[in-house]
Each structure stands twice: as C-alpha cells, then as structure tokens.
Write a protein that binds this ligand. Structure first.
Ligand code: P6P
Length: 338
C-alpha cells in the first residue's frame, strides 16, 4: 500500500474523485460521507480533551444540547445523530447506544440510505489513554422511498453495504473507509481541520505473524479454538512455522486497524458464556469485515463469511475471525477439524 507522498488530498476531494469514477453516482453519497467527517472532527476534539476535563474540574465543555459534558460515548452518539439527521441522505439511523432505530425528525427530508454506527467503541479504555474508535456502516434502504425507514432496511446482510469504515482516535486520528472500490486511510491534521489522504489503496498482507485475542477466555473456548491458539503460539519445525506474537489492545478498532496494516488475525470467538460471541454484527463485525475484505483479507464467524450472515435482530452478536486470508484459513482449518 503506497503512502501518498506527492499530493495533498483531503477526504472531501477524494470522495468527489471516487464519485467521478463511479458512473451514475449522485452527490448524495459524497455529501453523506462529508457530513460524517464533521462528526468525527467534533468527537476527536472531545476525546482528545477527555483527560483534561477531570484535571480542569468543573470546566468541562458543554455538549451540543448545552448540557454539561455527558459520558463520551453518549456525546459521540448525539453528535453523529445531529450531524446526520438533516442532510436529506438518510431515512433512519441505528446506534449501539439506542435499543430501537432512530427516525429522521419530521421536519427533515428522508433519503435513500440508512446509517448504523457504534459511536465510541472501546470507550472504557479512554480513562487509560488507549485508542478508541467510531465504526460506521451504510446501507441503501429497501423499503419504499416515500415512507420513513424501517427495521428491515437495517436487517440486510453485510455484502449489501454501500460503504463502511472507522475513525480511530489515537496518537493520531485516522479515518479508514471503503465504498466498495478499495480501502483508503486519512490522517487528521488538527491544525487545518482536515483528514488528509495518508494510506492510498490499503492492502492487507497475505499472511501475518500476529494473532489478537483475549486469551483470558481460553478456558471458555471449544477444543478446536484452543488447538488453534496452542498451534499459533508454538514453533512447529516440521511445518517450518515460528511462534506468532500475541497483541491484544482490547479496543476492536485499534486491534483491527493494526491487523489491517501489519497482517495477522483478530479473533473474538464464541465461548460457553457468550455462545454468539461478544461483538455486534451490524455495526461492528460487518463494517470491519467489509473494510478488511476490500483490502484483500477475509472475515468469518467460524462457519461462514460474516458478510453473508442474514441478520435477525438489530443488536445481534456474532463470533468474528478477521484478517489476512492465510491466517483466517489457518483458523478455519482448526475449527473444521474433527
Ligand atoms: P474483552 C470494547 O469493549 C469491545 O467492545 C471491543 O472494542 C473489544 O474488541 C472487545 O470489547 C474487548 O472485549 O472481553 O476482550 O474485554
């Protein structure tokens, strides 16, 4: 994946160039993504000040409702909703923070897309200054365009996604997205308030030597998963395999972002306690799987391709094995062994 060196391209410019390449694309989708990046800039500002709010005592910032700063994930949820509800591109939204789908306020025009998002995944890590992120997924509505969005607009398999991506708030803030024509990374420059193209056409390595999983759950996994983990961390001379390294941040956006750039595999398997896994299908596993597949990787739930799961519930969970194609194949080999 070439780092961009000879031109300064903002995400807005990039989206327009992508739109010009896709025949028949309306400006609709481009301005939807532009509205989203505004929300990410506002969230970034608050996340980067989070530590200071305590240090500065009661001088916490006011949020967009004029109330004293809420919990950061509730704040992020509100910011995204309010940035996206009036653009005329969406007919409804869904967020991890809200049980039901979120209708577009009556005073605004309904559009032809639905947006699903996890406003601030891994937010429990904010207190220890670990990277966290926003994950988003965009689908085209399937109900008639003259009525408000409905639940069935959201319960579509992941391969129907129009676009998906994440913003990681870390040592630098990066937005990574795909619209089905490759994966692109933009690094935020707060001095000019722009996301600048820094990772053009990201491709995940065919194989990596990092596995990423919470080994504290080892005793809860089935035997096949335990066998894979035992194999992954062993030198296997007869297979000419060196032990893989374990890297686990406990923030999905950070773990998957590292996997995307360095290769390897991120796993959140089912276990005897969470037999469906922990991660949410529609606004965590699907968007991350779409990004990784578009970068040449793979994403399975242990039985099938994640993007082919037919959703039944808005907040349903799924096991997730996502990363370099060869590494995902290795996991599958163990899971399918007798
Ligand atoms: P565990 C964060 O709470 C999160 O939802 C994901 O970001 C992360 O991958 C996972 O949970 C970590 O879960 O059980 O390993 O702490």
């Amino acid at each position: 994946m070439p780092l961009v060196s000879n031109k300064v391209v903002t995400i807005e410019r990039h989206i327009i160039e992508q739109q010009e390449r896709s025949n028949g694309a309306t400006g609709d989708f481009s301005s939807l993504l532009r509205d989203l990046t505004l929300a990410f800039k506002i969230i970034n500002r608050e996340v980067m000040q989070a530590g200071l709010v305590d240090a500065l005592g009661a001088t916490g910032t006011e949020n967009i409702q004029g109330e004293l700063v809420q919990k950061l994930d509730a704040f992020a949820d509100t910011v995204i909703f309010r940035a996206m509800d009036h653009g005329g591109h969406l007919c409804a939204m869904a967020s991890e923070e809200n049980e039901n789908i979120l209708p577009i306020p009556k005073q605004y025009r309904c559009g032809k897309y639905v947006l699903l998002f996890d406003p601030l995944d891994g937010s429990s890590n904010i207190d220890v200054n670990v990277s966290i992120g926003t994950i988003f997924s965009i689908l085209r509505r399937i109900t008639p365009e003259d009525i408000p969005g409905e639940m069935e607009d959201f319960l579509q398999p992941g391969y129907k996604q129009i676009a998906a991506g994440y913003t990681i708030y870390g040592p630098s803030t990066m937005l990574v997205y795909t619209a089905g024509r490759g994966v692109y990374g933009f690094t935020y420059d707060p001095s000019v308030g722009e996301f600048i193209l820094s990772h053009d056409d990201i491709r995940i390595p065919e194989r990596g030597s990092i596995y990423s999983v919470n080994e504290g759950n080892y005793h809860k996994w089935d035997r096949q998963m335990q066998n894979y983990i035992d194999w992954a961390k062993s030198d296997i001379p007869e297979e000419d395999k060196k032990a893989y390294s374990l890297r686990y941040i406990g923030s999905m956006v950070a773990d998957v972002h590292r996997t995307l750039l360095y290769g390897g595999v991120f796993l959140y398997p089912a276990d005897i306690k969470s037999y469906k896994g922990k991660l949410r299908l529609l606004y965590e596993a699907n968007p991350m799987s779409f990004v990784v597949e578009q970068a040449g990787g793979a994403a399975h739930d242990g039985k099938q391709r994640v993007l082919e799961i037919i959703p039944e519930k808005l907040h349903q969970r799924t096991p997730l094995i996502v990363g370099s194609p060869k590494n995902v194949e290795e996991v599958e080999r163990f899971l399918n062994a007798g």
